[in-house]
Structures are given as structure tokens and as C-alpha cells.
Design a protein around this ligand. Sequence first.
Ligand SMILES: [Zn+2]
Length: 607
Amino acid sequence: MPPKTSRKTASRQDRHIRKQGSGQILSASRKAAHAHTKKQADLKRSAKDEKTLRPEDAVRIVNLGGLDEIGRNMSYIEYKDDIVIIDMGFQFPEEDTPGIDYIIPNIDDLKPKKDKIRAVVITHGHYDHIGAIPYLMGKLGNPTIYTLKLTKAIIERRQEEFINAPKLNIIEVKYGDKKKVGAFELDFFGVEHTIPDSMGVVVKTPLGNIAHFGDFHLDRSNDGKIYHVGEMERVGKMGIDVLMMDSTNALVQGTGISEYEVVENIEKLFLEANGRIIIATFSSMLTRIGEMIRIAEKLGKKVIINGRSMKQNVQIAETLGYFKFKSGTIISVQEMNKHKPEKVLIISTGAQGEPNAGLMRIVNGDHKFIQIQKGDTFIFSSSVVPGNERSVQTLTDNIARQGAKVYNSKLIDIHKSGHAPQEDIKIVLDKVKPKFLVPVHAYYHMRFVAGELGKQMGIPEKNIKIIDNGVEMLLTKDDLEITDREIDTSYVMIDGLGVGDVEEVVLRDRLMLAEEGMIVIIATLNRKTGKLMKNPDIISRGFIYMRDNQQLLKDIRAKIKSIVNRIPRHQQVESDYVKALFREQVGQFVFKKTHRRPMILPVIIEI
Ligand SMILES: [Zn+2]
């Protein structure tokens, strides 16, 4: 019997999911997934006599986020008195959460156990893996973080922006390092990704070894050798019971292009261009940014970095020695005009058509120093995040209209994703040979397909666990069980710099305002008689253009008058009551007339 709280959680999640456009599909898949995991749990129970496994006798594995979404990655492993957390990321908001900056993992389940947390392992410096650190570490008793050098610097730089967040205790580790934390031993290994210093971790527990690969892709040198293949083999030799594996690109066939080919293609474009080059990419693609600066230097070009986050990342990587170029290669934007256009490379954020990013300002002519010129070459070295297709297309069109050339990865291979496609996933499965496979990251379908790949590689179906956020798994000497217990993983939303205090009511209001607009009714009433002193004022925003709808305006005024007139005379004005009447009756009236439900905001002035 699940505890009461978990049922409440489920209904909250369902409600949340239902709000989304594709809600039915999502909740259906969640239900199916749940039925599937439940069936597995039932099978286990009947096979195991009446004896039920107690969580304290097993190693608990829980994903607080990162499943059923891209981002918000956070998992933890618990055995008796010890807990290890892996990653602490945030998720960028979705369309149904207007005005929300980020969504972070829900740690209600961990808070009462914070004294047991022995380590937080951060696999790499992307925000979907580090983003929630400033918000959550204080609430978890500020446990020690274990991570690599560059990741440490990125986390520390960001922490400086949060004045009230605690000073972090970060232990820098290297590939191959081992650390004893409580009942666990951590063994860190190298993986290839789009940012230097990416790693995975093997958590050795008294009941078995759990490997988590973080985010990874495989990359090959020009003689076809896979980087870090030795690391994978080393992990395989440890004997891996549970593999938690990045499934983001499980739907993509093949092995994917190598980064050196991407870089070669970019170099070719650099050579063909005879004017300025403007490259748009993600500030998180730090490895490629470094390569682009290197090529520019080789070709005698000066580099301008456009975008705050990108500037910060490049600076950190340069200070720590990950990037090596001559002083004077990177110049400030003010120095741009001292150089011929063909000697200038601009690397910019905003490849997704984000309204506030540097690229949008250039394209719209709002940038203080950079305007598009005829002869410019724009290169989009990035993928288009699903949902952004239209804004990226508009952006591309606007560039082309102004006479510049545009290249993207549809025209030429100038992007490699940070996540392994099918054939590379199979290579990892072959090297690591896990007993149990738990696909993590991304949506259900991708995790499901990753599970299918596991089957193809010979992992028995019953050992492949396709689970959702908040599902509890128990690892014993010979099994990995899914239990009935569900951990609360409902959204915690960050609004500006305030933490997690955006209630459902606030969200509902924002949705209503965004979709339906609002009407403000200002009514001046005689305090004693409750009569209207003058014609009520009506202001509308985002609803309909009032000037063109004089009749509706008149009708609303008449409605307000009739509401006020029906209030019993000679009675002190009860303004809350009048407001409620306005909201309800004007709301209904407007709906009847327009089939829309704007938010009604009554203001009562008593004289
Ligand atoms: Zn990543």
C-alpha cells in the first residue's frame, strides 16, 4: 500500500501533465509505463513468496528528474546510512509555465535524510546537470561535491552570483580517481561530450556496482579510433550490475559524424568566405568553440565573442589552460572596425532564435556595434531544439533577406550532437556488459528504444527497466526490483531570483493572462447607499481592442450597473462581495458574448 503522499503526488503530476498541449499522449504513456513497471513489480512479488524486500536491506536508486524531460537531471543512491547524489541540474521552462525561469528537482524526499548525504558527483558543467546547485545545496546541508577541474570552476563562478547561497566545498578529481564515501567507493571515468572535463562514475556499493555515464557521445580520431575506449573497458572489467545510460539520441541511427569532420567542414567554410563570418552556436558547446578559435587563429583571423555566458565560459577555459591561443586573437567588439571584414570571426549565442540573445540583436539591427553587411557568412553550428523550428526559420530568413549567406547543418555537416546515437550506444553496452540496464535522460519513447537496443545486445528483457521519475528501485545481490513506492518529483519552479515559490494559482493566472487577457473594472460606489457614483471605467489588456468594440463596452457597463442596482439598498458596501459578483457575472456575460474568459479584476472605490 503506497503512503498517502505518493498518491497525492501522482494526481498533482497528472494535473500538471494534463495542462500540456500533448497532455493526453503524455499521461497515457505515463500510465502505460506505470502499468508496465507495476506488472514487473507484481511478477517479482509473486515469485518471491510472501517475503517482502525491505528498503534498508537493499541499495535504493531513485531518479528525481531527467526522465520524461530534457534537463533537471538528478539521481541518488542510498544504502543504510549513506547517500550519493549524481548531478543537480535544471530544466528550461516549457510553454505551459509562462514567466518561469527554471524548473528544478524536487528534494522533499531527500531533505529529512540530508545528514546521510556523503557526496554530490557532478558529471560535467552543463546547466541541465549543475543548474540547481545554488538553489538546493543549502537545503541539503551543503554536502561535498566531487567533480573535474573545469566543472568546478564553472560551478564556482556561477555560485558567486547567488549572494545567499553557501560557499561550496568542492573536491577536484581526475579520471581514474577513487574516493571512499561512507559505504560507497566512487570511481570516476572519462567520457566524451561537447564540453571538456566530462565524466561518468561507478558507485561501488556493498550489493553491486552502479555505473552512471552522465551525458556522452563517442568520438573518433581521423584514423577511426574511439576516444576513452580504454575507460569503457576498465568500467566493464569492474563488473557492472546496473548501467544508467543517456538515451537522448536513442532514436538516431548510425554512429554520427566525428567532431574532427565537423571542424574540417567548418574550416572549409572559413576558407570559402570572403567577408565577415558570424557563427551561431550554444555557449555550452565549449569544445567546438575552442576549435573554432584555433582555426581562426591559424587563418589569421581575429575573434569576437558575442554573448555573456559564452564570454564567461571561454574565459574560464582559457584561464585553466583548456584553450591556448595568442593574446590578441580574441578582440573586443569595439576593435572590430580596425580589421578588414575577411579577418573577422564573430562567435555568437542565440542559435535557437532566442529573443534576448546576441544573434537576434544583430539580425534585427539592434546591436550597438555589429550590423549585417552584404558579404557576411552566417554559420549555424548547432541543432534546432524541438519547438524552436519556427523562430530559427524566421531568423534564417531575416539574415538571408539582408544579403548574407547562411549555412546550417542541413546544407553541410557542421554539428555533432552531444549524445550517442544507436550504434554508439551498442558499443557502450558491449564494452560495459551490464547485468541491468536503466535508460535515463529524455522522454519515454527514447528510453524505450534504448531498452530495445539493450535487448539486441543480449540483455534479458526482465533486466531492462524503463522507469519514470520518482520510481524507487531496490538493488540486492541478485536482483533489481521496482517497488510500489513513488517519490514526489512534481515541479519546483524558479521565478526570477526567488526560489520555488510559484504556486499553482500564480501559474494559472499567468496562463489565463497570456491566453485570454484581462479586464479591469473600476467602480466608484457611495459608501452609504452602495450606488454607483459615476459610469464605471473599463480597461482591457490582451483581450479585445476596446475602441473597436464600443457596443461590448456599453453592454459591460450596463451589466455592471444592473449588478450594483440589484444589491439591497441602504446597506454598507461590502466591497469583497461586490468584487466577487463582478468577477462572476461579468465573467459569464463576457464569455457569452465573446467565448473568451479574460481575467476580471474589479477595483472598488468607496466614497
Ligand atoms: Zn551535457
